[in-house]
Design a protein around this ligand. Structure first.
Ligand SMILES: [Zn+2]
Ligand SMILES: [Zn+2]
Length: 484
């Protein structure tokens, strides 16, 4: 079986399932020719028996394999170390993926570096009972990371979604397809989003040298040579893009930014919209690219960090604003968006009922700060002010999609919140539906409409992941990608 070019020979006389998917009609023609020539209906049987036990690649083959991964355990700095682990045999719906690349997501700064937040803690302290039993998430040895791209190395006997050799995105959010949320088109809120909700619970997938059982963060991991996950988290992808570029398009942050703007999962970005994106990190830059792809007429990027504003212009922003500049950034967005309002052409007098201007669509992607930024600091380290501003810069018919993690509580004027016409949308991954949307994002990469280059800092080797997190947590990088 060959993995690098995404092909899998499943033994059907030279016809490959991946080849069919990739080459379409030309390949299908050769299937017909083979079937006619051989006179055997079995020649094209690749997918006619998808649930046959013949398709199962049992996990015994990978049990006992050694691999390296960044494992967190305990508290404070030094809790994350590079360990050699031994894989356990897999079963059921488990999938072993050989990691090609993984995003060093800013959200993971705290568990990677053991940062104790000064502003307002988000780490849940253990209850006295949990403490007595030693039951505490921090005490579980966990391979860090929450997703990546790679090649399927082994599957449990019940896996149907992928085969050995498939190139996959291990999504940050699962999609079971059958739960209350999934059947309502909200796979971003799938029942397995809390991985402990899995019928199997959280399952150890490897062991440390001293026998300590090791889990995968969120059932997926990413900062190791293997990810051991469950079928619901894997999305087959077909692309010849490099691992690093593919990961930029499939990273949790890009899935959220492209999801918020192009998935229509929780809010529809209308064509020719005036869009504001608050925060131009990996998530905001993806949202800007998504807004461009969706046909926005104006895209305003807001970020205190100069290099991020420059990247925003490179990926499609029409305007950028520095929230640290004098004057209220909300007023500046309202001023920009009040110009050239199509409603004026149709006989409208005012651009909005209560205030002039305002964005049709806002993606909020700023977030609180884990550590003081190495470059320009934002106006509010809690991330609450950017979130409030995202709401305040909406037009009276506008929609805001919130994607970031801020620390604390917001307050709104109740009359405005209830009656001003602005809609606020909350969800995971920008409301994206992984199986439907991630292949679409890969297509954006392959057809050139999504540009990974301005977002990607140098690829990070496995040994440098922890060091690089010092820069990630200080926002000195844009998007750092582990390439194994
Ligand atoms: Zn993430
Ligand atoms: Zn589901």
């Amino acid at each position: 079986m060959s993995a690098d070019d995404g092909t899998v020979n499943d033994g059907t006389a030279g016809v490959t399932r991946r080849g069919l998917l990739k080459n379409g009609l030309a390949m299908a023609g050769s299937v017909a020719a083979i079937a006619a020539g051989a006179g055997a209906a079995g020649s094209a049987r690749a997918d006619s028996q998808p649930y046959s036990p013949l398709y199962a690649q049992t996990g015994d083959a990978v049990g006992g394999r050694k691999f390296r991964a960044w494992v967190s355990r305990g508290d404070g700095p030094g809790r994350t170390t590079l360990q050699e682990l031994t894989l356990r045999p897999i079963a059921g719906r488990q999938v072993v993926v050989r990691t090609e690349a993984a995003n060093l997501c800013y959200t993971l700064s705290q568990p990677m570096l053991g940062i104790t937040r000064q502003i307002q803690g988000t780490q849940r302290p253990p209850t006295p009972e949990q403490r007595a039993r030693g039951e505490r998430l921090n005490n579980m040895a966990t391979v860090q990371g929450h997703g990546g791209v790679g090649i399927v190395e082994a599957i449990g006997p019940d896996v149907r979604r992928v085969k050995v050799g498939d190139r996959v995105c291990v999504s940050g959010t699962p999609q079971c397809g059958v739960c209350y949320a999934c059947v309502r088109g909200r796979s971003d809120m799938c029942q397995f989003l809390g991985p402990a909700n899995m019928p199997e619970g959280m399952t150890p997938v490897a062991d440390m040298k001293d026998g300590t059982p090791v889990y995968m963060n969120s059932q997926i991991g990413g900062f190791g040579e293997y990810m051991v996950t469950v079928e619901e988290w894997v999305v087959p992808i077909i692309s010849k893009a490099s691992a690093a570029h593919l990961e930029v398009a499939c990273a949790c942050t890009s899935v959220a930014g492209l999801g918020a703007t192009t998935s229509q999962g929780i809010a529809v970005l209308p064509p020719a919209a005036k869009v504001a994106v608050v925060g131009c990190g990996p998530l905001g830059l993806s949202a800007i690219q998504g807004a461009r792809i969706a046909g926005a007429r104006m895209i305003i990027g807001v970020d205190p960090i100069r290099v991020r504003r420059e990247a925003a212009m490179r990926v499609g922003a029409s305007h950028v604003l520095d929230p640290n500049e004098p004057g209220d950034v909300v007023d500046r967005v309202r001023e920009l968006t009040s110009e050239d309002n199509p409603s004026m052409w149709g006989g409208g007098i005012y651009s909005a009922p209560f205030q002039s201007g305002g964005a049709d669509f806002v993606v909020e992607a700023a977030g609180g700060e884990w550590l003081p930024p190495a470059l320009e600091r934002g106006p509010d380290p809690t991330g609450l002010l950017p979130m409030q501003q995202a709401y305040d810069m909406l037009h009276g018919t506008g929609h805001a999609v919130l994607t970031s993690l801020a620390f604390g509580n917001l307050s709104f004027n109740a009359g405005v919140f209830a009656l001003a016409g602005r809609s606020v949308h909350s969800g995971q991954a920008g409301g994206c539906s992984p199986l439907r949307d991630i292949p679409k994002f890969v297509s954006f990469l392959d057809n050139g409409s999504f540009d990974p280059t301005p977002m990607l800092t140098a690829p990070v080797p496995l040994e440098k992941v922890l060091d690089t997190y010092q820069e990630v947590a200080r926002r000195a990088t844009i998007l750092a990608v582990l390439v194994v």
